[in-house]
Design a protein around this ligand. Structure first.
Ligand code: PMP
Length: 451
């Protein structure tokens, strides 16, 4: 491996970082991570931290998951690649498909379309939603509705349904026919409503209003994250997603659950949809499907939708979408091992228990530190702190202030993620009680530093 100085000097000079300004990456070089063990990571200077980001919401089983590593190595030696395009398949991906069918049976999802990651999964779900209506003779259903603050990846369809200007403005014009409704975000919303149940009703009314305004017969699907992630961890009230489901049913609109973060246990349930008692027509997964060790994803398809494609006699059901790496055998082998470990360890239960402790601890931190304007979580291991310079005006803190909290927290042994004026946490689901305390005390030190 190259020495530390080489790494530091060459990082931003020859590589552009996703979601970063190139000039900023040069001025503020990133932490260079060189090792991972358990729930901890080690940087190039030998500094060890609890990874409260869990990679990027994906390393659910931590960095030492030997069965997944072994499965990847074994598959590389047996069959490192074969395509699943029409006419061929591979044994690993067939075994995985059957496992996913069992895993997602309670969600009513029985078919899998494989992808290379979350953005790919979103793209496929949106495409298949339009195609479903075309097969059924409703070719006018082409529009998509989604939530402001939602995040659905970087491809053009996904960016078009994204609800955050940061991911849209520089790339406009995006795809026409995508409309956004207010998110059930109690801390800031256009209704000035702080009661989660009432806010959910207002947002649902806005959704119905938009459906009527656009004309239900023009809308293909509504896409949402069961708990909004990258937009700042926004869990809706329990009535929200079931309310969306009812409206979709009422108007013949498909529901796409973007579970790139929430599938496989993060919310304390095996899927975010199940967490809210809802069955979507499509579920986008990626990230934790391979514990982040291999780029991979799957769009799960509901039985009823699958039948429409499979029974089509017109030819419109032919899937004209696919990636070279759809059903990659190494990714499939990783996913099989990952799913077995996920179920053996029943990680959803630990996510729920540790998530509750973390959320409670964060609420206590907010009693102590004025800069914490809002604490969000309470649904497994995904939490956020929203930082403000003044609690009454809710003015977001500036980059320097949140940067300082991040830095001091890191120096105190915990990696958290900064997104706008939010500090986001999505640690591995195998987190211990002691790890939770480490996260809380490091954050406490971080906030002391800006007091
Ligand atoms: N959807 C959601 C809900 C996500 O959180 C993400 C990634 N954070 C994506 C889609 C895109 O996934 P990827 O980065 O793997 O393309």
């Amino acid at each position: 491996m190259k020495d530390d100085n080489f790494l530091k000097e060459n990082n931003a000079r020859h590589m552009w970082h996703p979601m970063a300004h190139p000039a900023d990456s040069l001025a503020n070089p990133p932490d260079i991570i060189v090792e991972g063990e358990g729930v901890e990571i080690v940087d190039v200077d030998g500094h060890r931290t609890v990874d409260a980001v869990g990679g990027l919401w994906n390393v659910n089983l931590g960095y030492s998951c030997q069965p997944v590593k072994d499965a990847i190595a074994a598959q590389l030696n047996k069959l490192p690649y074969y395509s699943t395009f029409r006419g061929t398949s591979n044994d690993a991906v067939i075994e995985l498909s059957a496992m996913l069918r069992d895993f997602f049976a309670p969600d009513g999802l029985s078919r899998a379309f494989f992808t290379s990651g979350g953005s790919d999964s979103v793209e496929i779900a949106l495409r298949l939603a339009r195609q479903y209506h075309k097969i059924r003779g409703e070719a006018g259903r082409v529009k998509f509705l989604s939530l402001k603050k939602g995040y659905h990846g970087t491809h053009t369809l996904g960016a078009s349904v994204n609800g955050n200007a940061n991911f849209r403005t520089q790339y406009e014009p995006l795809m026409p026919g995508c409309y956004h409704i207010p998110a059930p975000y109690t801390y800031r919303n256009p209704f000035n409503e702080t009661d989660p149940a009432r806010l959910a009703q207002f947002c649902l009314a806005a959704l119905e209003d938009e459906i009527r305004f656009q004309g239900a017969e023009t809308i293909a699907a509504f896409i949402m994250e069961p708990v909004l992630g990258a937009g700042g961890v926004i869990p809706p009230h329990e009535s929200f997603m079931p309310g969306v489901r009812s409206l979709c049913d009422k108007y013949g609109i498909l529901l796409i659950a973007d579970e790139v973060i929430t599938a496989f246990g993060r919310t304390g349930s095996w899927s975010g949809s199940r967490h809210w008692g809802v069955k979507p027509e499509f579920m986008c997964t990626a990230k934790a499907i391979t514990n982040g060790y291999f780029p991979f994803g799957a769009v799960m398809v509901a039985d009823g939708v699958a039948e429409v494609f499979e029974n089509d006699k017109s030819g419109k059901g032919a899937i004209g979408s696919g990636y070279t790496y759809s059903g990659h055998p190494v990714g499939a082998a990783a996913a099989i091992a990952c799913l077995k470990e996920t179920e053996r360890l029943q990680v959803k239960n630990n996510a729920a228990a540790r998530g509750a402790e973390l959320y409670e601890g964060l609420l206590k931190l907010a009693d102590k530190h004025e800069a914490i304007g809002d604490v969000r979580g309470g649904h497994g291991l995904m939490c956020a702190l929203e930082l403000v310079s003044d609690r009454t005006s809710k003015t977001p803190v500036n980059k320097q202030v949140i940067g300082k909290v991040h830095r001091v927290t890191y120096e105190n042994g915990v990696m958290v993620r900064v997104s706008g004026n939010n500090i986001i946490m999505s640690p591995p689901l195998v987190l211990s009680q002691q790890n939770v305390q480490t996260i809380l005390s490091a954050l406490d030190a971080g906030f002391e530093a800006i007091a």
